[in-house]
Design a protein around this ligand. Structure first.
Ligand SMILES: [Mn+2]
Length: 324
């Protein structure tokens, strides 16, 4: 359902609520953290009592967002008047917080992923044409005439920049740039800090793993598909967390001629995290679905149990159908 048809209902649910929980997906990314922070800033300015949740580590790089230290502090609360679920389409993606919907009287879900599976809610806004949930939140704030403070502008800029790969991906639209223009007109956002932290900086301690990834990258379909496999021993040796693994995808996508990438990480013996990226019309969400995953057209993922040889065989057969 589109946002414009739900504004009145959202307004009513918020006016009736005093205690509000705002939750994003597990392994929170910039879009998720930015949206949760922006919505929490707004609700607190209206005098609400707000708790923020997102299962997993919140990267140190997001410390410029004021609300970051407040994530995941109120896990013991057993009741909320309202739960606002942001940037996810499936209750399973709440991770450790998957019980939150049972603790809330009313639920609002706002998301931009394909195929919403979130059944247990009072309002469902799903707009997959939007590059980021941040853009939908901006539209909500505009409709409700919310004052865009520096904290809100910083959080929403982070959302949008992160889900568009700093305005590089094909999901970036004229509306994306319009929202950024409005945010920058309203507040002096420190875009240098945000963009360098999110898109350029990496830890010196990650240099050995970056070098491993560059050396061990394989190619298929005449260099159109790049394949990286990080075995368990590498994950253990370099103590790779979600954040540092995530930063490694770009080395494959940056190779000229590559239009698709497979990045496989063996998280424990026989269990693999699979990340797929693509440019243009190749739909990697469909490929991820064949192994039980999902996501966006150009960025998707899955968890796979079995042998990595079998996994690669399945994936290569799927890519063979779509890479010309
Ligand atoms: Mn998102």
């Amino acid at each position: 359902m589109k946002l414009e048809n739900q504004i009145d209902k959202i307004k009513l649910l918020i006016s009736k609520a005093q205690t509000v929980a705002v939750v994003g997906h597990h392994n929170p990314d910039g879009d998720c953290i930015g949206c949760c922070a922006a919505v929490a800033e707004w609700l607190e300015s209206k005098g609400k009592t707000v708790s923020i949740f997102a299962d997993g580590e919140i990267s140190e790089k997001f410390s410029y967002i004021r609300k970051v230290p407040e994530f995941n502090l109120d896990g013991d609360c057993d009741h909320f008047d309202l739960l606002i679920v942001l940037d996810l389409n499936d209750v399973e993606r709440l991770g450790a917080w998957r019980d939150l919907p049972n603790k809330a009287d009313k639920i609002i879900v706002i998301d931009h992923h394909m195929k919403p599976l979130f059944k247990q809610c009072d309002v469902l806004v799903d707009m997959p044409n939007y590059a980021s949930t941040g853009e939908i939140i901006y539209q909500l704030f505009e409709s409700l005439k919310v004052k865009i403070t520096l904290e809100i502008a910083t959080a929403l800029y982070t959302s949008i920049a992160c889900d568009t790969g700093c305005f590089l991906f094909a999901n970036t639209t004229a509306y994306t740039h319009h929202v950024v223009e409005e945010l920058m007109k309203k507040q002096k956002i420190d875009i240098e800090t945000i963009n360098f932290r999110n898109f350029r900086a990496y830890e010196r301690r990650n240099l050995p793993v970056i070098s491993y990834v560059l050396k061990n990258m394989k190619f298929a379909f005449g260099g159109k598909l790049a394949i990286t496999v990080l075995p368990y021993k590498a994950v253990k040796k370099w103590n790779l967390n979600y954040e540092s693994r995530h930063g490694l995808f770009k080395y494959a996508t940056d190779v000229s001629g590559v239009i698709s990438t497979i990045f496989i990480t063996e998280l424990k013996q026989g269990e693999y995290n699979v990340s797929l990226r693509s440019l243009g019309k190749i739909d990697v969400a469909k490929i991820a679905q064949t192994i039980g995953g999902g996501g966006h057209k150009n960025a998707s993922g899955a968890t796979y149990q079995g042998s990595h040889k079998q996994l690669l065989k399945v994936l290569l057969a799927e890519f063979a159908k779509v890479i010309e």
